[in-house]
Design a protein around this ligand. Structure first.
Ligand SMILES: [Zn+2]
Length: 324
């Protein structure tokens, strides 16, 4: 489904793609917010205040990209519980916001210091972002309670948050792998992004990020990499290399207790550091001196709808590749 980002010319940049400042509901003013990201080792910081564009200069080591967190009306009547489902969308690399995005005004409301508005649906929102050369992805599907049907309406979005650390901290709904897999099985091409959704840097900065393979540290190069899926998502582990040889996939990673090759329902392979395993199609090629996996090879059969890798370190932190 994707060119292999591990063989693309360039360097890996550590990116925060979902962050908030005092311009919406965040804690720090934009300049301090960027400084804290730079101190934490981020190469890229996208500021995505709710319905607000925040532009500040890049610093020496941190490229700042202007974005926003937008929203769309839910596709179906509210859930049986009567709860209203907000569908939120990250828009990265945009320069304007619509006065009237065209959604249902009865759900618009002031929140903190911004006005929450909606597009009529995710596809309309995506068209608006893409027309400006921006990149967009669905925010925290699990936290928002989005059903697969909602994701399937999102024509034109580039991906979704496979992991949102803020949601994980709040109510344990950080990992949206389930709906991502369902959408991939339906043939959608969606990239998986991880974010910390940072609001209060001393509390929530740096728990999850997206690694971006870009030929240079420029906004245009980063946006093109996001669009192309030249990324992987992480809450800890690093993925050093992926080699594809026919159906076989070989991965090199930071020391892991488990590596999975995932595909459609009931289908996948694993290597586990503590066990020998009983499945064909997966093999540990190399361990570190603690016995953790640093190189593994998978040989799945042909004809799978998609394949993606997940690496888990000894503490349970994970990294997710895009569909290969
Ligand atoms: Zn947010």
């Amino acid at each position: 489904m994707i060119g292999n980002p591990f063989t693309v010319e360039g360097e890996w940049l550590k990116a925060a793609l979902h962050t908030h400042t005092t311009r919406s509901d965040g804690e720090l003013d934009p300049e301090a917010h960027v400084r804290h990201h730079e101190w934490m080792g981020f190469d890229v910081c996208a500021i995505t205040d709710h319905w607000t564009l925040t532009s500040v200069p890049s610093t020496r080591d941190c490229l700042v990209i202007t974005g926003a967190e937008l929203a769309a009306d839910p596709p179906a009547p509210p859930a049986a519980t009567g709860a209203h489902r907000d569908m939120e969308l990250l828009a990265i690399g945009i320069g304007e916001l619509p006065e009237d995005p065209g959604g249902d005004r009865s759900s618009w409301r002031p929140i903190d210091n911004y006005l929450f508005k909606t597009f009529p649906d995710l596809a309309t929102a995506a068209r608006y972002v893409v027309a400006q050369g921006g990149v967009c992805f669905v925010a925290h599907p699990y936290w928002s309670g989005l059903p697969l049907e909602a994701i399937l309406t999102a024509d034109g979005v580039h991906g979704l948050e496979v992991f949102n650390a803020s949601a994980e901290r709040e109510n344990g709904r950080g990992d949206s792998s389930y709906v991502w897999d369902q959408a991939l099985e339906h043939g959608m091409r969606l990239w998986g992004f991880a974010t910390d959704d940072c609001h209060y840097p001393g509390f929530d900065l740096g728990d999850a990020w997206t690694m971006v393979r870009a030929p240079e540290r420029s906004e245009a190069a980063v946006l093109e990499a996001l669009r192309s899926g030249h990324t992987y998502a992480s809450t800890g582990p690093s993925i050093h290399a992926i080699e594809i040889d026919g159906e076989a996939i070989e991965v090199r990673c930071s020391p892991a207790r488990a590596v999975w090759l995932m595909s459609r329902y009931e289908t996948g392979w694993s290597v586990l550091a503590g066990r020998r395993g009983r499945m064909d199609g997966a093999r540990i090629l190399e361990r570190d001196d603690r016995g953790l996996i640093v190189r593994a090879r998978f040989t799945p059969p042909a004809g799978l709808p998609y394949r993606r890798l997940v690496v888990e370190d000894p503490k349970g932190a994970r990294a997710w590749t895009n569909p290969i």
